[in-house]
Design a protein around this ligand. Structure first.
Ligand SMILES: Cc1cc2nc3c(=O)[nH]c(=O)nc-3n(C[C@H](O)[C@H](O)[C@H](O)COP(=O)(O)O)c2cc1C
Length: 125
């Protein structure tokens, strides 16, 4: 079975967004041709996807310095778990579709935060 991970990186409703409208049409056609595929959708703005923040950096540095996961404060454990689950979700996907607008020649901030979560040395490159 093929898993398709769909990343929505646009705060607009679909009715007001070119990229999300294209995504909707694409997925409708895609699923007609790939009826057994599983589609997992992440809407980065709806879920307020977190930046690469202090809790995460502090937790990673603590682990590098020899601490265990259990040593970390609750907030850091929660953040690290969330980070790891997002990385694993990307690894588990067979196909990834990203829908985003162009903002000042860049991708939206939440999409950058997602890239920072799935580009993990030793795991995804
Ligand atoms: C804050 C902001 C910055 C933008 N920057 C660019 C840009 O650098 N280059 C460009 O071609 N379009 C730019 N646009 C236009 C959008 O890319 C364009 O409206 C696109 O259709 C947005 O996708 P959407 O309809 O899915 O939201 C910008 C729009 C916004 C709101």
């Amino acid at each position: 079975m093929t898993t398709v991970l769909v990343i929505k990186a646009n705060p607009k409703p679909t009715s007001a967004s070119h990229s999300l409208t294209v995504l909707e049409h694409f997925l409708t056609s895609y699923l007609q041709l790939h009826t057994n595929d599983t589609v997992v959708v992440r809407d980065l703005y709806a879920e307020k996807f977190p930046d690469f923040d202090r809790d995460l950096v502090t937790a990673q540095r603590a682990l590098s310095a020899g601490k265990t996961f259990a040593d970390l404060p609750d907030a850091q454990q929660t953040r690290l778990t969330q980070f790891r689950q997002t990385t694993q979700q990307f690894i588990d996907a067979d196909k990834v579709i990203i829908a985003n607008p162009l903002w000042n020649l860049m991708i939206p901030g939440k999409l950058k935060a997602w890239f920072d979560t799935v580009c993990v040395e030793g795991q995804t490159f």
